[in-house]
Design a protein around this ligand. Structure first.
Ligand code: ATP
Ligand code: MG
Length: 567
């Protein structure tokens, strides 16, 4: 492929609004251009990377027995009403009407459509298990599209859905998908980690996310230093605290005028933040709800949203609502005598002699003890907090430590969350009609392009891992237009490598060497051959791997054999 005939609009300067390396480099190397917020055109170089990733995904999914289908982007409201998600989904789902005023949406995901296909076409246990996938455009009206294609509004996802007659079959396919995802990411040369995850608004029980490790990742992964426990911070748990010590002090009231935050309270009372509790008032489905945490701990919003009676999405009460419900301003709330439903984090419930607000402005209590000074039902004790590095890991696996990751894949055990409301049924071995179990498996194809770049770049540009690189070899022909010797050598090498099945980009442009080298570094093709008159006079060309610092001189007549190619 001749570079002079390809649209590869490289940029010398860093675009001002691109915050992450991958976003900057995708713009600078001419892979993408933004059309509107969260909407991108993929240019030839970027599209070639997508195609390579799709090929790896298809090969591994086909190998694991999944079958490819293609469902529409536009989906009728009726299916979403059947599952109950038409009202649940919120503004992330883009809705529209056709000319007959019928409601539709742009598919953010495809559980409803696949379950509809299944219930119409599959009727017997003999046809199970079955595992369908597609590689298709999704639309999610993300509140804050950012980092380029990493969090876009329109993006490509590989989504897959499996159906099972029993738990054993379900578990086997889930395990196979887990292994399949691991193979896909390994083939792409990525450093990744599979972690336990929350199931979000897709629903279901068991779920794992696959994270590409990167400091720029939006997700925090907590992992055990001595064991295999790893979970998204949204879901991660520490080992439960030990038993609560016996009360050692009497309850007392202390005037704390103008003292509001935990840091101020702790300093004023001469305590550590961990000896205080904080009480947060959030909106509930039936009036306000109070959440109690140790002073040094942060509320985990995802865990809070799972509590019965807590409104989703989580919303903190305004000051006026707090005053109405509790009788004081937010700085003086406490659990003693609070007439609001209460949940208490496990670590807060394990405290003795703690300090808290007295539900009167400017007053705090010290020496407070659960059960002696206020009731505590075991059903109120829940895990509510974000874990922190150094927490004891569950199951005695050492401590928890943190890493940042980019979520590129997510697999769920949905169970009957969709098959039940959509009335999918099959006949089992005994002729009984049963509702099948269902799994779903997502992978962000376009997000993966960005994730690969986050792990494979340097100051000069992208350094593609060979399996996904847009081209295998970059031939830089210096003075191609004027030098017949260069032109002949470059064209011959181009033809020889293409005959070997390699994808070759030949820089035949009429540009200065400095411009060509800078562009080549930016574009990041794994192997590069520079052909110039000076070298040719000695019968040599320059060879450099993108990830090596220096080039080496290689005899022109052996260079073709010297090129490794993608494997
Ligand atoms: P996130 O937490 O990042 O919003 P999600 O949990 O909403 O992701 P899923 O519904 O599990 O994502 O979708 C499957 C995969 O699709 C994700 O693992 C991710 O790789 C990709 N994906 C999701 N949202 C986007 C987006 N806005 N832009 C690009 N890829 C996305
Ligand atoms: Mg999302």
């Amino acid at each position: 492929m001749r570079q002079s005939q390809q649209l590869i609009p490289t940029l010398k300067e860093n675009p001002a609004d691109a915050e992450t390396a991958s976003h900057r480099l995708m713009l600078r190397a001419g892979l993408i251009r933004q059309v509107a917020a969260g909407l991108y055109t993929w240019l030839p170089l970027g599209l070639r990377v997508i195609r390579h990733i799709e090929t790896i995904i298809r090969e591994e999914l086909n190998r694991s027995g999944a079958q490819e289908v293609l469902m529409p982007v536009v989906q009728p409201a009726e299916l979403w009403q059947e599952s109950g998600r038409w009202d649940k989904m919120g503004p992330e789902m883009l809705r529209m009407q056709d000319r007959h005023a019928r409601d539709f949406c742009l598919g953010p995901t495809h559980e409803e459509v696949i379950t509809d296909l299944f219930r119409r076409e599959v009727h017997s246990y003999r046809q199970l298990p079955c595992n369908f996938y597609q590689i298709q455009t999704k639309f999610r009206d993300e509140i804050r599209p950012r980092f380029g294609v990493m969090r876009a509004r329109e993006f490509t996802m590989k989504d897959g859905y499996s159906f099972h007659i029993d738990q054993a079959s379900f578990d086997a396919t889930y395990r196979e998908m887990y292994d399949c995802y691991s193979r896909i990411l390994t083939r792409m040369g990525l450093e990744f980690r599979a972690v336990e995850a929350d199931t979000g608004n897709i629903g279901g029980a068991n779920s794992h996310e696959f994270h590409v490790l990167a400091d720029s990742g939006e997700d925090v992964i907590a992992y055990a230093t001595h064991g295999d426990y790893a979970a998204n911070l949204e879901k991660a748990e520490a080992a439960p605290p030990g038993p609560r010590p016996a009360p050692g002090r009497a309850l007392d009231r202390v005037a704390t005028p103008g003292i509001e935050t935990i840091a101020e309270v702790a300093a004023f009372l001469g305590l550590e933040a961990r000896a205080c509790v904080k009480t947060l008032i959030v909106a509930g489905t039936d009036g306000p709800v109070a959440l109690v945490l140790r002073g040094d701990h942060e509320l985990n919003h995802v865990k809070a949203q799972h509590l019965a009676g807590v409104a989703v999405p989580l919303r903190f009460a305004e000051e006026a609502e707090v005053i109405r419900a509790v009788g004081c301003r937010p700085g003086s709330i406490g659990p003693v005598g609070l007439a609001v439903p209460l949940y208490v984090d496990r670590d807060a419930a394990a405290l003795a002699d703690f300090a808290c607000g007295a539900n009167t402005d400017g007053v705090h209590l010290i020496g407070v003890n659960w059960t002696r000074d206020l009731p505590l039902d075991p059903a109120q004790i829940v895990d509510l907090r974000n874990v922190v590095p150094g927490d004891p890991a569950p199951g005695g696996q050492g401590e928890l430590a943190f890493l940042r990751g980019i979520e590129v894949g997510h697999i769920f055990q949905l169970g009957r969350v969709y098959s039940e409301p959509l009335a999918a049924r099959v006949l089992d071995q005994n002729g009984r009609s049963v509702v099948p179990l269902m799994g779903c498996y997502g992978m962000g194809v376009t997000r993966l392009v960005a994730a690969v770049i986050e792990q494979n770049h340097d100051a000069a540009g992208i350094a593609w891992p060979p399996p996904v690189a847009p081209f295998d070899v970059h031939i830089i022909a210096l003075n191609y237009g004027k030098s017949a010797a260069v032109r002949d050598a470059a064209d011959d090498l181009h033809a020889a490598l293409e005959a070997r099945g390699l994808a070759v980009l030949l820089d035949d442009r009429d540009e200065r060497p400095g411009v060509k080298f800078a562009d080549a570094d930016l574009i990041g093709i794994p192997e590069r051959v520079t052909i110039g008159e000076r070298g040719l006079a000695d019968g040599t060309v320059e060879y450099r791997r993108r990830k090596d610092p220096d080039s080496v001189a290689i005899a022109l007549d052996t260079i073709a054999a010297h090129i490794a190619g993608p494997r």
